[in-house]
Ligand binder design. Structure first.
Ligand SMILES: [Zn+2]
Ligand SMILES: [Zn+2]
Length: 372
């Protein structure tokens, strides 16, 4: 059995390459060889030192990365299908939930697998079995009962890697918001999640999709990926001007659904003000503690705004998302979201590229990807 290379996160802005022990595959288990791992905005928070990466278990070096796709390296003899009952064999490309619902707790019992309190078995110490539990490594281990789905040949590795979490997260958020045919949708932010959200909202029947960002190349990509209108925050440079613009574009009402994928709390009151009376505000981006903001709750009450917090997703969202990306692969250039690919050994450069994505004039990077 081979050892697996891994880029271990040892502290802010610091990775070390190492080799991890081979993972034995027990009954019901699957060892996946990672094909590609995208750098999510949340990974950047860990990298900058803004949040501690260890969520459960022993403290120590971890492997970051949760946006990944892989190929089945070793399948336990008792596994012959994916979670949809389709034949599965070694060598098949797959996507899988990166979190691990225990199915032995109150939330799991209620079908709230994305709220399972112990689902964070990924990103644990590299000293604990199964050692390789992050996306920036050669292997990843799926525990028995894990949700895994075969990827059709037509879908590229770049597209498959973006299923977790960029695409799946926003597809789930739009479903939770109950997006309907003919709705107006505002997407705050045109990074990896925001651009996928534009395409997903359009595919789900939105009459118009309005993307907001401050980087022209991202807004251009959003337009190519489903946005009907864009609002450049450099042009509409106050909150009032942007709210006014959204009202103009939505027959004076505001949007039926507003989705926040910026990751800064300041944009939340603005997004709520852009939501029509009785509409939904989907909160995804503000994942770290201390995301404080002053909010006039009476505006939520009298505006009857449904605030919908979304973390992770239901596992069925993965095949739904894979299907959408496969069907629309010639319609939207979503693979351009994964604009730069680096080998695993150059992960530091990949994070620098992701950090500066869209912030420098010559940078068209939206999301950087690492391929072992
Ligand atoms: Zn559970
Ligand atoms: Zn993510």
């Amino acid at each position: 059995m081979e050892k697996g290379r891994a880029a271990v996160f040892v502290g802010p802005r610091h990775f070390e390459m190492t080799e991890l022990p081979p993972v034995p595959v027990g009954p019901g288990g699957i060892r996946v060889r990672i094909l590609a791992g995208g750098i999510c905005g949340s990974d950047l928070h860990f990298w900058r030192g803004e949040i501690e990466p260890i969520l459960t278990g022993k403290q120590g070096p971890v492997i970051l990365g949760h946006e990944m796709a892989g190929v089945i390296d070793t399948l336990a003899p008792d596994i012959s299908t994916d979670s949809m009952g389709r034949p599965l064999k070694e060598g098949d490309r797959v996507v899988f939930t990166y979190f691990f619902p225990c199915r032995r707790c109150y939330n799991c019992l209620r079908g709230e697998l994305n709220h399972c309190p112990t689902r964070f078995r990924f990103r644990a110490s590299i000293e604990e079995f199964p050692y390789c539990n992050g996306g920036f490594a050669e292997y990843y281990y799926l525990f028995p009962g894990h949700f895994v789905f075969k990827v059709p040949d037509e879908l590229s590795n770049e597209a498959a890697a973006a299923v977790n979490c960029a695409a799946a997260q926003v597809v789930y958020g739009l479903r939770q918001a109950n997006l309907q045919l003919g709705d107006h949708v505002v997407i705050q932010g045109a990074g990896g999640l925001g651009i996928n959200a534009a395409a997903a909202a359009k595919e789900m029947g939105a009459a118009s999709v309005i993307s907001i960002d401050g980087v022209p190349s991202r807004l251009e990509l959003a337009r190519q990926c489903g946005a009907d209108q864009t609002i450049d925050i450099n042009e509409y440079d106050t909150s009032e001007a942007r709210i006014e613009r959204v009202k103009e574009l939505t027959e004076g009402r505001g949007a039926d659904v507003v989705m926040e994928v910026v990751g800064y709390p300041q944009v939340v009151p603005e997004g709520i003000a852009m939501t029509r009376k009785g509409g939904a505000f989907v909160e995804i981006g503000n994942i770290w503690p201390g995301s404080n903001v002053t909010l006039d709750v009476s505006k939520v009450l009298w505006g009857q705004v449904r605030i919908i917090p979304v973390t992770h997703y239901d596992p069925y969202i993965l095949p739904v998302t894979v299907d959408m990306l496969t069907r629309t692969r010639d319609k939207y250039p979503l693979t351009r979201v994964m604009s730069h690919t680096f080998p695993l050994e150059r992960i530091g450069e990949a994070f620098e590229a992701a950090e500066w994505a869209g912030k420098t004039e010559d940078s068209a990077v939206t999301r950087a990807m690492v391929a072992p």
